[in-house]
Design a protein around this ligand. Structure first.
Ligand code: NAD
Ligand code: UDX
Length: 469
């Protein structure tokens, strides 16, 4: 097997950036260059005061230690490819917006252009690693493109090495992954390439956690893991609706079922709906794959996970409207949290966006506060969520605040959309004195102590709890 000394990662995003920064940190003997076509992103990664393009706890420390030593960020994609013996392809694979499979299939355009670039400029043999989440058998297409375009004497080995990190805990997940999965062709060359990559991870990951499987199993396992995780959330959220209707408490139900060691306690937190760039996209991808394979029942099964999530988001906005005496027109609502989960500035598919769109459609005024999301991002997301509505009109209804207490001032209701820790520590008594009465709190994240808030005077509605006051 080739001993890897130079790695190039194509794509300096949420996955490529943290993953390869950690590889550089843990493997000082390997030169790691992360390349991207987006100049602004690369400039931010190279920024002297470490204002990195993504917020991720612990990331700055990692980049501080490795950048300039054996970790480099560049827009020179060709040079990165030429120098490396192993190349990660970590570009985005969003859901297709038009054409065949629109709304379901993954857009593989970026993967294909990166692959074609590798084929065009590589002058020596490379191990090409599919890091992006892709439909089953994409590695086959990559191999065909590379082989059809390779120069004499150069060979390409393709591996699948999907990433399982979650945003907000990316560095911790990368330092101590539950497992690293590597898929390869089961030929001797394929197995050698697999070993080369396994040796990189073995610098810090215990070998028993490095799983090696066939290429297609590896690709499918990534979609399967996300589908099953999202399914847990849709299951608990479906049960939260029953709790609200019956007086049962979803926290107690989750606690009780999570004690069954076969179910386990993690990832059973009822919420206003899952968000993030992965779950919905990967399930729709699985749905599309199932349909293409003429397995309509399988497709319908997985599609329901996404439908339940849509239902949960709209159910929550309806609860807000119903509780505020069936109308929110002209009312002032504070939305705490805009990111799709705590400890990230990422807003892709955030449930907060759907809620706010629903509130704006009902002609309410909304004030948003999030500790990490940039104002410009909020405007972009709202404009995209309300096509046809000019941004000036959206801005007449929306204000962005610089703290939670400021956001809540003179409002009728507070909606907690993201589970930021700082929302738990709000001085609720002071917030209460500055609100219009009756003052409502809608907790979409099971975050606050509802009884304590009720004692102060708030009317609290918590997702998945029958009692409302
Ligand atoms: P991202 O959009 O943050 O980053 C992708 C980057 O690739 C962008 O900066 C883009 O400019 C760059 N790029 C696109 N085409 C390029 C090309 N031809 N040459 C050079 N650069 C190019 O995306 P992400 O969130 O990092 O996701 C990347 C992949 O990883 C996706 O397939 C995603 O499904 C998967 N994934 C994401 C997560 C997550 O938590 N975000 C977790 C696991 C897997
Ligand atoms: C997910 C997978 O967890 C990760 O393994 C994969 O690599 C990428 O997709 P991510 O989307 O970053 O990671 O975050 P995750 O923690 O999974 O949360 C996804 C969404 O589900 C968030 O909106 C979160 O708030 C929500 N969620 C999570 C719940 O509503 N309840 C839970 O119990 C857990």
């Amino acid at each position: 097997p080739v001993k890897v000394t130079k790695i190039c990662c194509i794509g300096a995003g949420y996955v490529g950036g943290p993953t390869c920064a950690v590889i550089a940190l843990k493997c000082p003997h390997i030169q790691v260059t992360i390349v991207d076509l987006n100049q602004a992103r690369i400039d931010a990664w190279n920024c002297p005061d470490f204002k990195l393009p993504i917020y991720e706890p612990g990331l700055v420390d990692v980049v501080k230690q490795a950048r300039g030593r054996n970790l480099f960020f560049s827009t020179d994609v060709d040079k990165g490819i030429q120098e490396a013996d192993l190349i990660f392809v970590s570009v985005n694979t969003p859901t297709k917006k038009s054409g065949v499979g629109a709304g379901f299939a993954a857009d593989l355009n970026y993967v294909e252009s990166a692959t074609r670039r590798i084929a065009a400029v590589a002058q020596s043999s490379k191990i090409v690693v599919e890091k992006s989440t892709v439909p089953c058998r994409t590695a086959e297409s990559m191999r065909t493109i590379l082989e059809a375009n390779s120069r004499p004497g150069t060979r390409f080995d393709i591996l699948s090495n999907p990433e399982f990190l979650a945003e907000g805990t990316a560095i911790a997940d990368l330092f101590k992954p539950d497992r690293v999965l590597i898929g390869s062709l089961q030929t001797s060359e394929g197995k050698d390439a697999c070993q080369s990559l396994a040796e990189v991870y073995a610098n810090w990951v215990p070998t028993e956690r490095i799983l090696t499987v066939g290429l297609w199993s590896s690709e499918l396992s990534k979609l399967a893991a996300n589908a099953m995780l999202a399914q847990r959330i849709s299951s608990i959220n479906a049960l939260s609706a029953i709790c609200e209707a019956t007086g049962a408490n979803i926290d107690e139900v989750a606690h009780a079922i999570g004690f069954d060691s076969r179910i386990g306690p993690k990832f059973l937190r009822a919420s206003v709906g899952f968000g993030g760039s992965c779950f919905q996209k990967d399930i729709l991808n699985l749905v599309y794959l199932s349909e293409s394979l003429h397995l309509p029942q399988v497709a319908a099964y997985w599609r329901q996970v996404v439908e339940m999530n849509e239902y949960q988001k709209h159910r929550f906005s309806k609860t807000v409207v119903d509780t505020l005496f069936n109308t929110i027109t002209g009312k002032h609502i504070a939305v705490l949290g805009f990111a799709f989960k705590a400890d990230t500035g990422d807003t892709r598919e955030s449930a907060a966006i759907t809620l706010i769109r629903d509130f704006l459609t009902e002609r309410a005024y909304v004030t948003i506060y999030d500790p990490q999301v940039e104002e410009s991002q909020i405007w972009l997301d709202l404009a995209e969520a309300m096509p046809g509505v000019p941004l000036e009109n959206i801005k007449k209804q929306v204000t962005i605040a610089s703290s939670a207490p400021e956001a809540c001032k003179n409002k009728e209701a507070i909606v907690i959309a993201t589970e930021w820790k700082e929302f738990r520590e709000i001085d609720w008594e002071t917030v209460y004195t500055h609100m219009n009465k009756p003052a409502f709190v809608f907790d979409g994240r099971l975050l606050v102590d509802a009884d304590k808030l009720r004692k102060i005077g708030f009317r609290v509605t918590t997702i998945g709890r029958g009692e409302r006051t």
